[in-house]
Design a protein around this ligand. Sequence first.
Ligand code: FES
Ligand code: FES
Length: 190
Amino acid sequence: MNETAMNQTAPSTDTSTDTRWVTITVNGTEQRKQVVPRTHLIDFLRDGLGMRTARVGCEHGVCGACTVRLDGDIVRGCLVLAVQADGSEVETIDAASDRGDLSELQQAFHAHNALQCGFCTSGMLFTASALLEEQPDATRAQVREYMSGNYCRCTGYHAIVDAICEVLEARRAAASSLATPIEETVNGPT
Ligand code: FES
Ligand code: FES
């Protein structure tokens, strides 16, 4: 086959301009956009929607900086394609920060100085919020283990673990005081 014939018959392998429509609800607002299929969810948020709180670190699923919620589950936004999230609901730190669990965590992070540059913080907060749900009785060692997939380049790990443990302990104390019998509360312990 001569070169001219090859050029006429060879199928195009260039998919760089191929696009798909996706509709993703982000923080309660429906977003419909055309994306190149290889676009990752975190790039859709950051570059497509201009959300600067959507952080990109390693882009390989290692550091956890890109953590967001997808249909309620925490995911690494650099490992999910925008086309895979079509029809789903995404929550970023922008909307979540006023919710009870994240607000408690944010206050504890602030009190313990558990952030320096803040680059890892939204991912840390989302992962910690999942920990509060899944392991309310977690020990300090279990907190360290659970959070081990989120990297802090400023290495503030002790303060981050301190902050999460404080929220866990406060919640356990509140739960145990609610469980105290009314009679004991009124009359004092016997
Ligand atoms: S940027 Fe996604 S895990 Fe690092
Ligand atoms: S506070 Fe800077 S990366 Fe964690």
